[in-house]
Design a protein around this ligand. Structure first.
Ligand SMILES: [Zn+2]
Length: 76
Protein backbone atom coordinates (compact mmCIF):
# COMPACT_ATOMS: atom_id res chain seq x y z
CA UNK A 1 0.00 0.00 0.00
CA UNK A 2 2.67 2.43 -1.01
CA UNK A 3 0.85 5.50 -2.13
CA UNK A 4 2.49 8.79 -2.72
CA UNK A 5 1.14 12.27 -2.80
CA UNK A 6 2.53 14.01 -5.82
CA UNK A 7 1.56 17.49 -6.91
CA UNK A 8 -0.05 17.89 -10.30
CA UNK A 9 2.45 18.53 -13.01
CA UNK A 10 1.19 22.07 -13.50
CA UNK A 11 2.13 22.90 -9.88
CA UNK A 12 5.81 22.11 -10.38
CA UNK A 13 8.16 25.01 -9.68
CA UNK A 14 9.28 26.98 -12.70
CA UNK A 15 12.92 26.11 -12.02
CA UNK A 16 12.21 22.49 -12.83
CA UNK A 17 13.14 21.19 -9.38
CA UNK A 18 10.96 18.24 -8.51
CA UNK A 19 9.00 18.34 -5.27
CA UNK A 20 9.70 15.12 -3.39
CA UNK A 21 6.70 12.85 -3.00
CA UNK A 22 5.76 11.89 0.55
CA UNK A 23 4.64 8.31 0.94
CA UNK A 24 1.44 7.79 2.88
CA UNK A 25 3.26 5.31 5.12
CA UNK A 26 5.50 8.16 6.30
CA UNK A 27 2.70 10.64 6.90
CA UNK A 28 0.27 8.28 8.66
CA UNK A 29 1.99 8.06 12.10
CA UNK A 30 2.40 11.84 12.20
CA UNK A 31 -1.21 12.38 11.17
CA UNK A 32 -2.31 10.01 13.94
CA UNK A 33 -0.08 11.76 16.47
CA UNK A 34 -1.31 15.24 15.63
CA UNK A 35 -4.90 14.01 15.49
CA UNK A 36 -4.50 12.63 19.00
CA UNK A 37 -2.87 15.87 20.11
CA UNK A 38 -5.79 17.86 18.70
CA UNK A 39 -8.28 15.58 20.51
CA UNK A 40 -6.46 16.20 23.81
CA UNK A 41 -6.50 19.93 23.12
CA UNK A 42 -10.20 19.76 22.24
CA UNK A 43 -10.83 17.94 25.53
CA UNK A 44 -9.06 20.61 27.56
CA UNK A 45 -10.83 23.43 25.75
CA UNK A 46 -14.25 21.84 25.62
CA UNK A 47 -14.71 19.48 28.54
CA UNK A 48 -12.16 20.25 31.25
CA UNK A 49 -14.72 21.68 33.60
CA UNK A 50 -16.93 20.48 36.41
CA UNK A 51 -17.69 16.76 36.56
CA UNK A 52 -15.38 15.89 33.64
CA UNK A 53 -12.45 17.79 35.11
CA UNK A 54 -9.16 15.90 35.46
CA UNK A 55 -7.44 18.61 37.48
CA UNK A 56 -8.91 20.21 40.57
CA UNK A 57 -9.41 23.91 40.59
CA UNK A 58 -10.15 26.21 37.69
CA UNK A 59 -6.63 26.86 36.39
CA UNK A 60 -6.99 24.87 33.15
CA UNK A 61 -10.43 26.32 32.54
CA UNK A 62 -9.14 29.85 32.97
CA UNK A 63 -6.25 29.25 30.57
CA UNK A 64 -8.54 28.02 27.79
CA UNK A 65 -11.52 30.20 28.63
CA UNK A 66 -11.28 32.47 25.57
CA UNK A 67 -10.90 29.40 23.35
CA UNK A 68 -14.11 27.99 24.78
CA UNK A 69 -16.03 31.11 23.81
CA UNK A 70 -14.33 31.29 20.44
CA UNK A 71 -15.37 27.72 19.60
CA UNK A 72 -18.88 28.14 20.99
CA UNK A 73 -18.70 25.75 23.92
CA UNK A 74 -21.21 26.56 26.67
CA UNK A 75 -19.48 28.13 29.62
CA UNK A 76 -21.32 30.57 31.83
ZN1 LIG B 1 -16.89 31.71 29.79
Amino acid sequence: MAQSIAPPSSAAPASGAAVPALPLKTILPWAFFFGLLMLVLLYFVGAEQGATSLFSGTDVHEWVHDGRHLLGFPCH
